[in-house]
Design a protein around this ligand. Structure first.
Ligand SMILES: Cc1ncc(COP(=O)(O)O)c(C=O)c1O
Length: 479
């Protein structure tokens, strides 16, 4: 008998009316749990079981679920007769714009949208309008939204991408059907951390933009190597393409402005979403005014189209203002707090891996972390696909969920700590991680390696990513 009968019943009902029963196919994962309530760091399922949440709905809930100050700001807006006039400007959008432009060096002016995909597509459109070029560069293992220009497979199996290509480009493997071949011809997919391949593409095509997450966070935490982001800046200036940092996931999680602020590399354009409004649908495109002003270019034929019925809706805008004001308090104290919790988690996890002699790496940036079961921190998707033990990772995640620790049950997806997680939550989580990892290591079928094994043995028998290991390889992306 199912241990979660109410979840099963809700799913059965929804399947009648929604293909697969879930409105976003990426949310269709095993185990199928229906969550009905959340507060702070916790979520409860329809059958009353409590979980500590590290998924955070693909990471917007940096302040935890239903943060009282955000809820109050939204409630006030609903009470005081605010609405979306849909004509002219509003006081609220001006307030939010000021908060962003006055506190983020890379941002002179902004536009407001609803989703990350809208923000990145506007960024690319703007870059094309500015440069008069069509081609764009994206990174293998990165995710920038669901529209045709960028919807390549994020976690493509090695069998499909083939051996490492550098310098050079990979085939655009569409994330699903319905993406016209013409789009695939102007999007060039290269490795992250690979400046030679940027040069390679720029020497062959008129490139309007390179868009990348500064840390690849749709495949865990794959960090830029020293000099990589600065190298991108240099190449953008040399070849005249627009450098777009997609900070939809990294923005506001590590510092107010995102990773561009930490790395001190200034992109031409930057996109934000997710954490900016702590769970309400809002996204931002910002950047240098000489580019942003193309939206009001005196020559109308040079203006990119900018529209959207719900742009700057007062509910998400008020949520964003409340969130950002909180993040700015006491000189960014929240960042110091979550970073300390993240460090505890990292140290604890490293100790667990060490005590069980499991070959693994803890990758962390501030409040975001993940474990890779391989002997080094991956430098790009190809490296990860070749060396990570996806099978053990997936088993581990499902075992943790069983024990009330909700991390997304697909290998490599990052975990997010919020400002409402406590030291006790981290301690409880580490206990569960130890117990579940013990279980996985004793299960020989998971092929978890013990540490200090030689690199050559890894090369001989790489645990490869294939369709059976990632349950939904086309669609293992956020949202
Ligand atoms: C880096 C990045 N860019 C863009 C997007 C698209 O954002 P949205 O799902 O809000 O359209 C996502 C979503 O996960 C993302 O992680």
């Amino acid at each position: 008998m199912a241990t979660n009968p109410k979840s099963c019943e809700i799913l059965r009902h929804n399947r009648k009316y929604i293909p697969g029963g879930v409105v976003s196919v990426n949310r269709k994962v095993e185990p199928e749990i229906v969550f009905v309530r959340a507060d702070g760091a916790y979520m409860w399922d329809a059958d009353g079981k409590q979980y500590i949440d590290y998924h955070a709905a693909f990471s917007p809930y940096f302040l935890g679920h239903n943060h009282p100050r955000v809820v109050e700001a939204v409630a006030k807006i609903l009470r005081d007769g605010s609405s979306l006039p849909g004509t002219g400007t509003t006081v609220l959008e001006g307030q939010l714009a000021e908060l962003l432009c006055e506190n983020i060096e890379a941002v002179d002016s902004i536009i407001l949208l609803n989703t990350g995909s809208e923000a990145t597509s506007q960024a690319i459109r703007l870059a094309r309008a500015v440069t008069g070029r069509d081609h764009i560069i994206v990174t293998q293992g990165g995710y920038n939204g669901w529209y045709d220009d960028v919807a390549r497979k994020v976690m493509a199996p090695l069998e499909e991408i083939g051996s490492r290509v550098s310098p050079g480009e990979y085939r655009f493997i569409p994330m699903g059907s319905g993406i016209p071949a013409s789009h695939q011809q102007t999007t060039h997919v290269i490795n992250f951390n690979d400046l030679d391949s940027v040069r390679y593409v720029c020497e062959r095509y008129p490139v309007a933009a390179l868009i990348t997450e500064p840390i690849l966070q749709n495949i865990g935490i794959v960090k830029p190597q020293p000099g990589y982001l600065a190298g991108l800046r240099e190449l953008a200036d040399r070849y005249g393409f627009v450098l777009i940092f997609d900070e939809v996931k990294t923005g506001f999680r590590y510092s107010f402005g995102g990773y561009n602020e930490l790395s001190q590399v200034k992109p031409d354009l930057v996109t934000y979403g997710k954490a900016i409004a702590n769970g309400y649908p809002l996204a931002v495109l910002g950047g240098k005014s000489e580019l942003m002003n193309y939206f009001i270019h005196p020559d109308k034929s040079r203006r990119p189209l900018l529209a959207g019925t719900y742009n700057a809706h007062p509910v998400p805008v008020s949520a964003a203002i409340a969130t950002l004001e909180l993040l700015l308090e006491n000189e960014g104290e929240v960042y110091r707090c979550v970073d300390a919790l993240g460090a505890k988690m990292e140290k604890g996890l490293e100790a667990i891996l060490g005590s069980l002699e499991v070959e693994g790496i803890v990758a962390r940036q501030g409040s975001a972390f993940c474990v890779y079961f391989m002997d080094h921190a991956p430098r790009d998707w190809h490296d990860l696909a070749q060396h990570h033990n996806f099978e053990a990772d997936t088993k581990w995640r499902r075992a943790l969920i069983d024990r009330g620790v909700y991390i997304f049950p697909e290998a490599t997806k990052q975990c997010s700590i919020s400002t409402t997680h406590t030291e006790a939550d981290v301690a409880f989580t580490l206990e569960q991680m130890l117990e579940t990892l013990k279980m996985i290591t004793s299960d020989g079928a998971s092929r978890l390696r013990i540490s200090h094994s030689s690199t050559s043995s890894i090369e001989e028998h790489p645990p490869r990513l294939n369709e059976s290991i990632v349950s939904n390889p086309n669609l293992v992306i956020d949202g």
